[in-house]
Write a protein that binds this ligand. Sequence first.
Ligand SMILES: *Cc1c(COP(=O)(O)O)cnc(C)c1O
Length: 323
Amino acid sequence: MKAVRTMNNWDVEKVRKDFPVLSQTVNGKPLVYLDNSASSQVPQAVIDRTSKYLAEEHSNIHRGVHYLSQHATTAYEAAREKVKRFINAPDVRECIFVRGCTEGINLVAYSYGKAFINEGDEIILSQMEHHSNIVPWQVVAEEKGAKIRVIPMNERGELILEEYENLLNERTKMVAVSHVSNSLGTVNPVKEMIATARKFGVPVCVDAAQSVPHFPVDVQDLDADFFVFSGHKMFAPTGSGIVYGKREWLDKMPPYQTGGGMIRTVTMEKSTYAPIPEKFEAGTPAIAAGIGLGAAIDYINSIDFEAAAAYEHSLLQLSLIHI
Ligand SMILES: *Cc1c(COP(=O)(O)O)cnc(C)c1O
């Protein structure tokens, strides 16, 4: 069997050419790269947009009144708008720039945990979580005297939903689960899992690191409370990532990091915080990476996402035949 090379809107040779890294040869053979679940390569369009920013537009954002600062701020905020549309967030202020999925989960765990998790409470994780969606919750649980409960999976690598339902109770304060498993590729039924958690009034934090590069996502359709991902697994530079959070939670959560850019007023005795998203964006952000994330979203929107998934599936079938 041959992988499908061309489909209606899918020409693999054309897509290959979008990625300059693939034009090199290694040991006399064209470079093959299959490690997208760890980090994806960067298309020329994203490199160009990031370079343009660095060459022509660089400045700190949100503070200067000069030409470049206003220009950089506009570009950065345009990227945030793209993120909002990409995940269908209701409000652009609910999209917080972070440096990656790990930082994003730490933000949610620490900030939500500080405000809402207490002794005797429970946090539900699943058996197939990435370390980045385990350790931050363990640390919060340890600090607060809370307990981690784990959803088991069956021999097909799927979460056992009846067990999940049995774990939920009035002590549950958070469900943190991956949308797609990084090791198994399992697509978890998070919409259904969120609906179940909702019956107990429990918020759900979705680790979306592996779903955003693979299929369209809609945080409103999922009804996710938190939805966290990295840019570098979806064709953006490293140092970019997003925490989407429902405003009703974010407004009630304390800052994760503090410093410049996230305050409304400061005196030596006390400071008041800026509204979201700035409240969670202390310090100078990774501006180039954020603008690059916007360009990566443009790139994803320019390709046939469904055809890409079908092609990927055909490659998987091919690899299974050759094992
Ligand atoms: C990669 C990954 C993470 C961590 O992402 P970083 O970019 O390394 O911060 C978390 N969860 C899943 C499922 C991942 O695949």
